[in-house]
Design a binder for this molecule. Structure first.
Ligand code: FMN
Length: 240
């Protein structure tokens, strides 16, 4: 593919076919992504890869935690505190606090993206159960046959996250170039412990997010979703 086509055609894939992705192909994508630039070439990131029979058990574990967390969040006030205390194991133990309150200037973009996705799926605005169900699909990686976990070294602070983000984009573009689909998943950073039980993670590395990887399910409407981008006039700073 032309590079500009790869850039334009990559989109988040949230329905995967069951076609196996050979381990050699995953390794080839990661090797290509290692060409990414990084701060003083420190390459302050690590990747955990799960594929084949290892994927579904983690998916079940995370999905179960998600439903327990939802049960807590459905309560109000003191009841919520009590439920959280009773089921402490369901609370997020990720390395970063989940974003609960979006900045006012960014919230409209987030809302428009969410509404667009639900509209395409035929989920009504008030249908909380269906929305939770769609959210839950994150935790079984949208049935992807491969899931990757991206870690950044805490010693470089925000610059490690920047470098990891560049690596992530390289990986997603490398995958798109070979006809594979990806979905970066911040949701997979909510719980560290189930991931930490599966990988030997050096102490300074923090879990940023996961990435679902596989062949896109053909004809799945959700894979057609293309949320709009801001225009150049909104991107560019006016001169002072
Ligand atoms: C760091 C990061 C985290 C993301 N987390 C999630 C997620 O948890 N679940 C999800 O469905 N999409 C997630 N996305 C995908 C975004 O929603 C998506 O990139 C955005 O809506 C633009 O759509 P596109 O990727 O199809 O161009 C994430 C993307 C990034 C870059």
């Amino acid at each position: 593919m032309e590079f500009s086509d790869v850039l334009r055609q990559r989109r988040s894939i949230r329905a995967f076919s069951d076609q196996v992705v050979p381990d050699e192909l995953v390794r080839a994508l990661l090797e290509e992504s290692l060409a990414s630039p990084s701060w003083s070439n420190t390459q302050p990131y690590k990747i955990g890869v799960l594929s084949g029979a290892d994927v579904a058990p983690l998916g079940r574990e995370l999905t179960e935690r998600f439903h327990r967390l939802m049960k807590i969040q459905r309560q109000k006030g003191v009841k919520r505190l009590l439920a959280a205390w009773r089921d402490r194991g369901a609370l997020p133990d990720g390395d970063f606090r989940p974003v609960v309150q979006y900045p006012a200037d960014l919230q409209p973009r987030r809302v428009a993206t969410g509404h667009g996705l639900y509209e395409l799926l035929g989920i009504a605005r008030g249908d909380k159960a269906a929305r939770d169900e769609q959210m839950a699909r994150n935790f079984s990686f949208f049935d992807a046959p491969v899931v990757l976990f991206l870690f950044a070294h805490k010693g470089l602070g925000v610059y490690s996250a920047l470098d990891a983000g560049i690596f992530l984009q390289s990986l997603m573009l490398a995958a798109a170039n070979r006809g594979l689909g990806t979905c970066a998943q911040g949701a997979l950073g909510l719980w560290r412990s189930p991931v930490a039980a599966r990988f030997d993670i050096p102490e300074p590395y923090q879990l940023l997010c996961g990435v679902a990887l596989g062949y896109p399910a053909p004809d799945a409407p959700i894979n057609r979703f293309q949320p709009p981008r801001v225009g150049l006039e909104e991107l560019l700073l006016p001169r002072a």
